[in-house]
Design a protein around this ligand. Structure first.
Ligand SMILES: [Zn+2]
Length: 132
């Protein structure tokens, strides 16, 4: 089950609440401290983004569809053309690799950018277009 972290703006006390997503959505917790509502905070933590089957307990989509397991959730997302953050894991890994190369002075997109710039300037005889 996911952990929801709240912090008091006044005394900075942190409180964690563990509950299923479905309960968090139906009855959002409003912990109080120093006579004020605590603010929800998002702390970077090992394993953040790792979702277990327990997270899905009792979960329903906004249209009422039962999505109480990873398989049901994924099927629902596919059916409705929706996506979740973990669908971009490979995209981010590729971007991280390109960033690392760029930091070493290697820009993998540079040759394509140069070819496009030459093409835009009408330099067909300098850089022949593919397929022509
Ligand atoms: Zn407080």
């Amino acid at each position: 089950m996911p952990t929801y972290t709240f912090r008091c703006d006044s005394c900075e006390r942190v409180q964690e609440l563990v509950m299923p997503i479905s309960r968090y959505c139906s009855e959002p917790p409003r912990p109080q401290c120093c006579e004020r509502a605590m603010q929800r905070v998002f702390l970077a933590a090992p394993g953040l983004g790792v979702i277990s089957e327990a997270h899905y307990e009792g979960l329903r989509a906004s249209d009422g569809t039962d999505i109480s397991s990873r398989a049901k959730h994924r099927a629902y997302m596919r059916e409705h053309n929706l996506t979740t953050i973990d669908d971009f894991t490979e995209t981010w890994k590729r971007a991280a690799r390109q960033r690392a190369l760029r930091m070493q002075g290697i820009d993998v997109e540079r040759p394509r950018d140069i070819a496009q710039a030459i093409d835009k300037l009408g330099g067909e005889d300098v850089a022949p277009r593919e397929g022509s």
